[in-house]
Design a protein around this ligand. Structure first.
Ligand SMILES: C[S@@+](CC[C@H](N)C(=O)[O-])C[C@H]1O[C@@H](n2cnc3c(N)ncnc32)[C@H](O)[C@@H]1O
Length: 248
């Protein structure tokens, strides 16, 4: 994937990347959901439903939607609770106040608790959550391994982390076509929606640096998760990684 020097220089260091990511999401917050629907042709909703189904939610679970953005995953968790008559507690955490604001408006009175927080130092006591769900967040984190450790700290024993993100397709031909699609489509969508072709070029640039599904699985094992694995979607263009905090 070609390097975008303009963005690359701004996300090389963790502190710079954090600021870049926060400013980026602040600037796109009001049109974030529309852009997501257009770029994935609505498929992200199906993948998020699938992630929540894999979470195997049970009565009374405390669920954290981390890097919640506008709160899609938390809303899906509450919808599952309603369908299956389960009482579920949802906390949504994000580091960008503008995304939280849009999320609060979308979520209305559904019962999600919104919290400002950075994944590298979460504002929650040890063992607070039975499930931590992340949609398109991991790729944006600085110090990925430290964040995975921090999430592990906040998971109850036997609790599970599930995370959906862009993947690195294992087949070379698909990989090349996919990267070309991302490089082009992000510019078109950035221009069409934000009048700024560069606003979404961060996606391929962050993916270029992201270790991808296989490496994330190994990283989770190193940090202390067990039963780690991943499920590839659409030939590995997207992937769900998962792992549990050991029960003892
Ligand atoms: C691509 S959006 C994903 C939003 C939503 N989860 C979804 O699936 O549509 C990424 C979100 O991650 C948040 N984010 C990025 N880095 C973060 C961090 N270190 N801690 C908490 N939130 C973070 C951003 O503010 C942004 O709202």
């Amino acid at each position: 994937m070609p390097l975008n020097r303009r963005i690359s220089d701004q996300i090389d260091q963790p502190k710079d990347k954090r600021e870049y990511v926060r400013n980026l999401f602040a600037s796109v917050s009001s049109k974030y959901d529309l852009t997501n629907d257009i770029m994935s042709l609505g498929l992200h909703r199906r993948w998020k439903r699938h992630l929540v189904a894999l979470a195997e939610l049970q009565q009374g679970h405390n669920v954290l939607d981390l890097a919640a953005g506008t709160g899609d995953l938390g809303r899906e968790v509450l919808a599952v609770g309603t369908r299956h008559k389960l009482d579920l507690n949802v906390t949504a955490a994000d580091m960008t106040p503008e995304m939280i604001q849009v999320g609060r408006e979308r979520t209305g009175s559904l019962g999600t608790k919104w919290v400002a927080g950075d994944a590298v130092e979460l504002p929650f006591p040890d063992e607070s959550f039975d499930r931590v769900l992340i949609g398109y967040g991991l790729r944006n984190f600085t110090e990925l391994e430290a964040c995975l450790g921090e999430i592990l700290r906040c998971l109850a024993r036997g609790g599970r982390l599930l995370t959906l993100d862009f993947g690195h397709p294992p087949m070379p031909l698909i990989r090349r076509c996919y990267y070309a699609y991302l490089n082009t489509s992000t510019r078109i969508v950035g221009w069409a929606i934000h009048r700024d072709p560069e606003s979404y070029v961060y996606i391929p640039e962050s993916l270029r640096r992201f270790p991808g599904q296989r490496e994330v699985m190994h990283m989770m094992q190193t940090v202390g998760y067990e039963t780690c694995g991943f499920e590839e979607l659409l030939c590995g263009t997207m992937a769900i990684n998962f792992g549990n905090r050991p029960a003892n």
